[in-house]
Design a protein around this ligand. Structure first.
Ligand SMILES: Cc1ncc(COP(=O)(O)O)c(C=O)c1O
Length: 360
């Protein structure tokens, strides 16, 4: 029986590589002859230990982490990291935050619980349609780190290189463009990402900490579950084993594709096709400034909300899912993460062309 696979443009949880899903499916109830699924075994046993080790090794190789970084496989989503970053590094101090959308705002709100927050830039006045140029950033001059959201999932904007940071370590919410391209990783003090877009299922959060920055984390009178120094290097509590299991295969898939450079080339191609279609005339209107456009979430509007509703309905009939914009902004959003196949993007472009002919 051939299986139905939708052209899935969900913003997250999002499409995963079919090969990965099939591999997990094939061994799910009997993991390598053990008679149990990997998610039914001890997280301290040899099977999971090996998966965990492989995932760390692959991630380290893909990002070029070397010996300078620690990796945590965590639960609680990126939202818990909004809290943990300031809890560890900005209690009673000052940190600089760049506000480029709803997720940045949530990070800022949490940071204010613990310390002073200096807003180095905000694009809120223009409805978050861009990310800053370096010269637009106004730093406090006394920050512990500079926090930014490298891809703004809701507003369809993305930094195409790391922002200036006044010599400070970067703290980054990379949830929606994690492993989508190479990064200047040495500039990051802490980088975190919920897995459910580019890396695996919801329930796993990847946290990467530079060791010299980690040394600055508070250690006195801390809550163990919230303390990076307590968590690093141990399985302090049960890790999200299912998430790490899938993540390990996604990392293998990335390496088989040729690593982040190759993935980046593919992502540019996919996004390029969609933006070319948006720019053809003014039937579709991209919402992000051109220089800030995201390669992961392509956001656009049509002439009116009625037509947007029709677009969504007709796209579903054409076998596409997940194209509705975030509930807070409306419009259309095509999320085209790493695992979204080129064929899905081509199908969407063809659909957009037909839709324009029919309704333009
Ligand atoms: C950029 C960004 N940050 C944070 C979050 C929140 O992640 P979580 O639900 O895993 O806490 C999301 C979720 O979509 C996101 O896109």
């Amino acid at each position: 029986m051939t299986q139905k696979r939708a052209h899935n443009f969900s913003a997250g949880p999002a499409v995963l590589p079919l090969e990965v899903l099939q591999k997990v499916q094939s061994e799910f109830t009997d993991y390598r002859g053990s008679g149990s699924s990997l998610i039914e075994m001890s997280h301290r046993g040899p099977e999971y230990t090996e998966v965990d080790r492989q995932a760390r090794e692959r991630l380290s190789r893909i990002l070029g982490l070397g010996d300078e970084f620690e990796i945590l496989f965590y639960q609680g989503g990126a939202s818990l990291q909004f809290l943990m970053v300031p809890y560890n590094f900005n209690t009673g101090k000052t940190a600089d935050y760049i506000n480029t959308g709803s997720w940045s705002k949530k990070a800022i709100k949490e940071a204010k619980v613990f310390g002073n927050v200096h807003i180095a830039y905000s694009s809120e006045e223009t409805n978050f349609n861009k990310v800053p140029k370096d010269e637009e950033l106004k730093f406090s001059g006394k920050g512990e780190y500079v926090h930014f959201t490298s891809n703004n999932t809701i507003f369809g904007t993305q930094y195409h290189k790391e922002p200036a940071s006044d010599g400070l370590p970067l703290a980054c919410d990379a949830s929606s463009d994690f492993l989508s391209r190479p990064r200047d990783i040495k500039r990051y003090g802490v980088l975190y990402a919920g897995a459910q877009k580019n890396a695996g299922p919801a329930g796993l959060t990847i946290v990467i900490l530079r060791k010299d920055f980690l040394e600055k984390a508070r250690t006195e009178n801390v809550s163990s579950m919230l303390s990076y120094p307590t968590q690093v290097g141990t399985l302090f509590n049960t890790p999200p084993v299912f998430g790490v299991y899938i993540f390990n295969y996604v990392l293998e898939w990335i390496e088989n594709k040729g690593g982040l450079e190759a993935i980046d080339r593919l992502n540019r191609k996919k996004a390029g096709l969609l933006y070319e279609e948006l720019d053809r005339d003014d039937f579709y209107k991209g919402t992000a400034e051109k220089e800030s456009r995201s390669l992961m979430n392509v956001t656009f509007r049509l002439q009116n909300e009625e037509l947007e509703k029709t677009f969504i309905e007709e796209s579903k009939e054409a076998g596409m899912s997940g194209l509705k914009g975030h509930r807070s902004v409306g419009g259309i959003r095509a999320s085209i993460y790493n695992a979204c196949p080129m064929e899905s993007v081509e199908a969407l472009v063809a659909f957009m062309q037909d839709f324009r002919k029919k309704h333009g």
